[in-house]
Design a protein around this ligand. Structure first.
Ligand code: FES
Length: 152
């Protein structure tokens, strides 16, 4: 009920702006660290959209999540320039090492893995972002170093 009430209040604050959905999603995620199912339904109600429509927008913008993130977030670029220089193999390696798939969090809550589509670092591909910091020219060793050295 708390999630629903607080989401309703956030939504009400944006109802008279044009294109309220994105600002609402951003604020809800800021409030809860994610956009939980209960919030999604409230937002849909408030905007006269279906749950599926709101969910569709959420998944289109890769910044929104439905569950809280781990303590660290690793975003690996899966766009063209990075793919062409082994980005996918790199991603596969880290997924195996962590034992998780895209959009998943390690069971200890340490790391969340997310795909991202171009970090603007194409000339230094393959690229990734770890806790908001950009890293380019990555290879297995460099990437696992970054991931493993991060604190609990
Ligand atoms: Fe990966 Fe641009 S394609 S940073």
């Amino acid at each position: 009920a708390d999630v629903a009430n607080r989401t309703a209040a956030i939504a009400d604050g944006h109802l008279n702006v044009e294109g309220p959905l994105l600002p609402i999603l951003h604020d809800v995620q800021k409030e809860f660290g994610c956009v939980p199912e209960a919030a999604l339904r409230v937002i849909a109600d408030k905007l006269n959209l279906s749950r599926a429509e709101v969910h569709g927008v959420m998944s289109f913008y890769h910044d929104f999540r439905q569950e809280p993130a781990g303590r660290h977030v690793l975003k690996i670029c899966r766009a063209e320039a990075c793919q062409s220089v082994g980005g996918e193999v790199l991603a596969e390696g880290v997924r195996k090492a962590l034992g998780i798939g895209w959009h998943e969090t390690t069971p200890d809550g340490r790391i969340t893995l997310e795909p991202v589509y171009c970090l603007g670092l194409c000339s230094c591909a393959p690229a990734a972002m770890f806790d908001g910091e950009l890293h380019g020219r990555l290879d297995d060793a460099a990437l696992s170093g970054i991931v493993m050295e991060a604190g609990r």
